[in-house]
Write a protein that binds this ligand. Structure first.
Ligand SMILES: C[S@@+](CC[C@H](N)C(=O)[O-])C[C@H]1O[C@@H](n2cnc3c(N)ncnc32)[C@H](O)[C@@H]1O
Length: 226
């Protein structure tokens, strides 16, 4: 349980801060660059169905739906309050659908999406929830589908490590442990993903931000967590 009384943390860890999420990100991170790098990796193609896991206020979807106009985008989140912020955005095209769920099983059939991506979400999840989320993302991806994960990762140097304490103080030490230890890639692989690649990294005020791509194999493979 978090300080908010739920297993699932709001975007800035406390519900009262939710309305300031966009302003806080814009003021403290190189947001344009972070989201551009993400969209370059997603590289949406016409006719694709793409899911954002933990879409928050819809900033990525607003950019994505301009980049891939004939792509269908779905954003899902556990927090109805931040989805309200997203729903007010003019920039969200009609190709974007927003959904809330209870944080457990994703409400989609297996092998449904061409691509699933997630940004700034995994450091909100304790290890067990990270593993469950990865298995669910794996399940809803089509065989051969791609998963792009962008989040805080192994600090590049001692200064980055110190900077990351700011995130840990706000978001918690338990949920950020895998990030700071650099074990996210191995969690992704243990959920069954293959061809994991670290695509990029960025130094920020809060530490090292990393991007990964991995694929659901085309052939059947074993789940290691179950
Ligand atoms: C820091 S925000 C990131 C929002 C957005 N992806 C972005 O890049 O700005 C983290 C989001 O993850 C959501 N979240 C937390 N746990 C989740 C879960 N288990 N499933 C889906 N979303 C979750 C939170 O409600 C929050 O909106």
């Amino acid at each position: 349980m978090t300080s908010t009384g739920s297993k699932y943390k709001p975007a800035l860890s406390y519900h009262v801060l939710t309305r300031w999420y966009d302003a806080a990100i814009a003021a403290t991170l190189p947001e344009r660059l972070i989201r551009k790098k993400l969209m370059d990796l997603i590289s949406p193609k016409e006719g694709e169905l793409i899911l954002e896991f933990g879409c928050g206020s819809g900033q990525n979807l607003a950019i994505g739906s301009v980049r891939g106009p004939r792509t269908k985008w779905i954003g899902i989140d556990t927090d109805e309050r931040i989805l309200k912020v997203a729903r007010k955005k003019q920039a969200l095209s009609k190709e974007v659908e927003l959904m809330s769920y209870n944080g457990q099983k994703l409400p989609f059939s297996s092998s449904h999406f061409d691509c699933v991506f997630s940004s700034l979400v995994f450091h909100h999840l304790e290890s067990d929830l990270k593993k469950e989320a990865l298995l669910e993302i794996f399940r809803v991806l089509k065989p051969g589908g791609r998963f792009i994960l962008a989040d805080w990762g192994l600090p590049a140097n001692r200064k980055s490590r110190w900077k990351f304490y700011l995130v840990q103080i706000l978001d918690g030490f338990k949920t950020t442990e895998d990030n700071v230890k650099g074990t996210i890639p191995s969690l992704v692989e243990r959920a069954g993903f293959k061809m994991l690649l670290e695509n990029d990294q960025l130094e920020t005020l809060f530490g090292t931000f990393r991007y990964y791509t991995a694929y659901r194999p085309k052939t059947k493979n074993r789940f290691y967590y179950i």
